[in-house]
Design a protein around this ligand. Sequence first.
Ligand code: CTP
Length: 399
Amino acid sequence: MKIVLGVCASIAAYKSAILIRMLVKEGAEVKVIMTPGASDFITPLTLSTLSKNPVFSEYSDRKSGQWNNHVELAAWADIILIAPTTANTIAKMANGICDNLLLATYLSAKSKVAFAPAMDLDMYLHPAVIANIAKLKDNGNIIIPAETGELASGLIGEGRMAEPENIISFIEDYFCKSISLKGKKAIVTAGPTYERIDAVRFIGNYSSGKMGISIANELKNNGADVTLILGPSHQNNIDSSIKVIKVESAIEMYNACIAQADESDIIVMSAAVADYTPSIVSNIKIKKTENKLILNLEKTSDILHKLGEDKKPKQILVGFALETDNEYDNAVDKLNKKNLDFIVLNSMNDNGAGFQYDTNKITIIDKELKSQVFELKSKKDVAKDIVNKIIKLSVPNEK
Ligand code: CTP
């Protein structure tokens, strides 16, 4: 693993030397960027000797005239780890301030960024610091929480930078988890389907696609190779490495799913597929000549039911049930009839759950009929709960 290690001006900078030694011992390649004040706490010579690489601090090296390219450093890294991170650097990172090489590299990051705060206990508890850390987490950075113990000020409390061995196990855990679905192929369906009536009209539903897209992104974050089969949706927050197949109608979604299913280890049907479609589609606009218009509808094929019939051994099949009444029994009925590993139940009776919302409240029911009831949370966090359940059921690929 290639690690850019950012070192800030903190008394905990002495632990960076131990951290580098341990990382190098574990086989990592380490390039160090120090903030300008960090060299008051530990010398660049120590860190360059331990990392076996030059230590960067300025945009250019005045002696050699060499340009220390922050974009190249960021692109090189598999992870940017900032340890120790001071309250000052945290504030600058949270607000996009870019007045040194480390911050410029952080803003150019292509990889995950993990940061280990180090400060006195009152600073760590200050609302401004708490807000900045929350902002960094929202932006996708990983916090390695400070530990409790004796601080440089002599006070005892939370604020000590995590010990180097704890930082290393934190990073290992994070990356092991993030590759736990590596080599697995996943299909996720999302959004509504539109069933054409005539040249300008369709029957649809209010599904936004948000839940399915969050699941697809989360599967991708965990290393899966994801294909998203997406009905008409205006969402654009899809991870760029996900393959997207756009479909419109239930039959198009059916064909796309069946074509991919045999090869897939994981299938999550979160789309709100139309149950009925017009028997006849007019190629021209239907005129309003009659007082009443009766549409003849016929049942669409149930995609999930077909996938359940053809389910491969070890394949994980997940369905959704959006219910208004008799919720648990209806969901269990679908779980059994469609041969699912688990079903995600949403009730329209829960505020903030269902179509269009950014939040959802789910119950997961598995085939042993064990239910897990989750509180209302963002669809992103709901996706994490669903994907964690998939990870638990997932069998590692044979080598
Ligand atoms: N589903 C599907 N194909 C359909 C209809 C539904 O694959 N033609 C899938 C949905 O994506 C969902 C699950 O089946 O994962 C349950 O969908 P839902 O609409 O709740 O239930 P239905 O089986 O359609 O039953 P009903 O509408 O009568 O509640």
